[in-house]
Design a binder for this molecule. Structure first.
Ligand code: HEC
Ligand code: HEC
Length: 287
């Protein structure tokens, strides 16, 4: 019964909850089932410490309240990251919780009020961008509700690690839809001259470690994928080891790709090397 109420009110939240593997009803399970789990901590805890005093947790009372970790960060990754990321010099980085918390009122005004036409500044995501087209009504609503609830951070969730390759692929599929598809497209065919294809990509299939490092660190500069040139920027994403492994397992086992397996341990090892992808030296072997 509760599910149907949620479904009416928070259509897309179901989707996002599902990203966390959450289709269950209890608060405890809700808190446990977050696939982005340790992600932000793993990726950026050092630079982006969460202020202990700034973390109201109303979702503990009401599991339907959106939280940053579980519901909002996936939207920021998919719909805002091209412009607002930890490399952007002139725009705020919404992967930093403190920044997002500080600017929450303006975030709500841009994502909700401007979009509804009751605030005069440019709506976010910027109109006519691929992000604007891909952003659902429910995602706008999640951001509004999150700000109204005091912009709670949410809980770090231990051990919801997918145990098997099929589980990883399922988790990765949801992650791909939320984060990667806005640029690489749901079909993974990309957009010529802008976003390279992941479907049947020689670049992807020829080097698994490089693919991991791209998702961890982002990539920019000239690359050749299936003989086509791209020279653009992909931001780094604050995803944990499990999430990176999940999304790459999904990509590798879909879209006509090689089916290579990626484990969280491999991701962890590459993260620890802190390897930076030097794209100009790492061209596709088939170009
Ligand atoms: C295509 C690039 C692009 C995307 C995508 C985008 N933004 Fe922006 N954003 C900008 C630019 C450029 C500005 C500065 C111009 C302005 O204030 O209108 C800005 C400004 C803002 C501001 C005002 C900042 C301030 O301090 O006053 C907020 C808030 C904001 N964006 C939130 C978001 C959110 C949330 C998303 C994702 C849901 C998003 N933006 C997606 C480019 C983008
Ligand atoms: C904001 C847009 C954007 C998002 C979101 C994004 N990418 Fe990318 N990605 C790019 C761009 C642009 C490039 C090419 C960069 C260049 O030209 O150097 C790229 C390149 C790649 C490549 C190497 C080239 C290829 O086609 O094989 C891989 C692998 C990749 N992305 C995986 C992912 C995965 C997995 C996700 C989701 C976790 C993701 N990307 C999300 C924009 C994006």
């Amino acid at each position: 019964m509760r599910t149907s109420i949620i479904a009416v009110r928070f259509g897309a939240m179901i989707l996002l909850f599902e990203i966390g593997g959450m289709l269950t009803a209890t608060a405890a399970e809700a808190a446990k089932a977050n696939s982005f789990d340790s992600a932000p901590v793993a990726a950026s805890a050092k630079e982006n410490p969460v202020p202990a005093d700034a973390t109201p947790l109303p979702h503990i009372l009401n599991p339907n309240t959106p939280t940053y970790l579980r519901d909002v960060l996936p939207i920021f990754m998919g719909k805002c990251s091209r412009c607002h990321n930890d490399q952007s010099k002139f725009l705020d980085n919404w992967f930093n919780y403190k920044t997002a918390l500080r600017d929450r009122s303006e975030i709500k005004r841009r994502v909700w009020n401007s979009w509804k036409g009751t605030y005069f500044k440019q709506p976010m995501p910027i109109g006519n961008s691929p992000e604007f087209e891909a952003m659902t009504e429910e995602e706008h609503l999640i951001i509004k509700d999150w700000v109204d609830a005091g912009a709670p951070y949410g809980v770090q969730t231990p051990d919801n690690t997918p145990k098997s390759k099929p589980e990883r692929i399922q988790q990765g599929k949801r992650l791909f839809a939320a984060v990667c598809a806005v640029c690489h497209q749901a079909t993974a065919q990309g957009i010529p001259n802008r976003f390279p294809p992941l479907a049947g990509s020689d670049f992807l299939n020829s080097d698994k470690n490089r693919a991991v490092r791209i998702v961890l660190n982002g990539i920019q500069g000239e690359i050749f994928v299936n003989g086509q040139k791209f020279n653009n920027v992909m931001p780094a994403f604050p995803l944990g080891n499990d999430a990176v492994a999940a999304v790459l397992n999904y990509v590798y086992s879909s879209f006509g790709n090689s089916g290579i397996e990626v484990t969280p341990e491999e991701v962890k090892a590459l993260r620890e090397q802190n390897a930076v992808v030097n794209s100009p030296d790492e061209k596709s072997p088939f170009e």
